[in-house]
Structure formats: structure tokens, C-alpha cells
Design a protein around this ligand. Sequence first.
Ligand code: SF4
Ligand code: SF4
Length: 288
Amino acid sequence: MNGRNGIVSWNITSRCNYSCSYCAQGRRHESVPAPGAVEKIADFIAGLGSGWEVKISGGEPFCERGFIPAVERLSAAGLQVSAVTNFSSSRRTLGRFIAAAGNSLRTLSVSLHLEYTAPDRFLDRCLWLKSAMPDLPRARMVVNSVLPPGRVLEILRLAHRFRDRGLFFYPQLIRRKGRPVEYNPEETMLINNFIEEAGSERALNSAPSLTGSLCRAGMDYFIITEAGECFSCYPGKRDGSGYLGGIAAGGTGGQAVKLREKALPCPYETCPCSVPRNRGIVDTARNG
Ligand code: SF4
Ligand code: SF4
């Protein structure tokens, strides 16, 4: 236990039962954690202490059989647990997840992928899930959907439909190598109108430049890959400069994990990491 409060993003597996054309991880989703890695990584995260929140994503977390036991382990250790799913699992499996997380459940993000599911069916399932989530003070459900070029109008219309039913809908720009893809002028205008209407850049996952801002990524925030390698944030993973070490038997870096002890000026051109920005890990005041 390090006695601090923090957030860790754990990409538990690359495996996914979908193969979306715009997936940031490409079309291959076959890589799985080494035997015993999920348990070791969960033990490591549990050891961070109850002041931490773990956000579990993939691939698709529900494709990893160790996912729900890991949630149970982390919840029992007192950590808050959040997850992102493509929402293709059965209601029974989702119910098992909710029960495993219990009072520790914070955010369950369900992602709409129109290449694989119809909006009406997805909306019905969302309304069911909302009603199935126990009345816990911290738990909330968020619907998100990427904005593939050519489908922006359709998805922003859906955003209004979902919101009218009391669901929080979060559209997300598609990024390649940390930068949003190019949208045509009409779609760019729709996106800008959406941000203006929402009154905040945070309504979309923009990637501002925060170069030079003091950031506690690597200290109070870090990411863990399915292999147990730890990095300060996504740009730090992309070029390797944010490497913090590997979790024994899960990692291959041959270096024990050592979190940073102080904030550092952001060295990267843009920041695609919404968690550090939204949770005050990075001091954005300097850059507006
Ligand atoms: S559901 Fe997510 S992880 Fe799976 S292929 Fe689609 S975008 Fe990629
Ligand atoms: S500001 Fe963003 S990109 Fe820069 S170090 Fe922090 S999390 Fe990483």
C-alpha cells in the first residue's frame, strides 16, 4: 500500500469478440495474458491500497475469464472498480459483474458499435442495465460511441435520443496515433456545435496540447498492459519514455515497478489521456 489516492487503467486483454474497422488496436485481437498474469496483476493493483480506483478495459474485458474474479479481488481490497465493455455479454454475465463489484462499482461504460449492434436493441439493453444496477452511491452507467467519419450526424442524433431517456451519452473522436482523424467540414461543424451546446471541450475526447504542464502521471495515475508492463500514460507507452517497470510474471521488462515520486512537466505534443485531465492529475490551468 502506498498510502496515496490514484487511478490505474488496466488493459486486461487484447482479445475482443468484435473487429471494428476503426479499432485503435487494429483488426487482430488474439493476444491474451500469460497464464497467471491476470491474478498477479490484480494482486499488484490490490496492493496499491483502497485509495485507488482501477479502470479495466481491453480489448473486451468480458472475453477474459479472469476478469470477474479479478473484480471480486479488487473490490474485496476496497478499491473502486470501473470498466469499459462493448456490452455484448449476456444479462446474466453482466449481473455477475455487478455483484462482483458490489459497493466498489464506480463507472460502467458501455460502448455502442453500430457495425455490430442496432441502436434500438442497444438502447433497450441500456435501460435494462440502468435498472439492474443497484442503488449504490458511486455507481453510474455511461454510454459512449466513437464517431467514425461518415456517421457523425447519425451518432450525434443518437446522443440526443439516449439523453432524452436519461442516459449519459459520450461521443468520442476517433484517434490515430493520439490525434483525432480528419472529419469533413460538415462533420467538423457538427462536432463543434455539439461541443458548444454542451458548453465544454470535455463533452468530447479532445487531445489538447499540455506540453510543459505539471503532471502526476506515473505517480497518481498509470496504465498497465495485459502483459503487466506499466507506463505513465498513453503517449509514454507509445514511445516507451513512460516505462515504469513490469509486474513479476506478467511483465517482460525485467524491471520492478517503480512509480514516480513527483510531478513532471508533460513532455508530449498532445494529451489524449482523458482520465488525468478530468481527475486533476495534470495541472491544466497553465494551458487554459
Ligand atoms: S469493441 Fe472495442 S476493442 Fe473490440 S474491436 Fe471494437 S473498438 Fe476494438
Ligand atoms: S499531460 Fe497527458 S500526455 Fe502529458 S504526461 Fe500527463 S497524461 Fe501524459
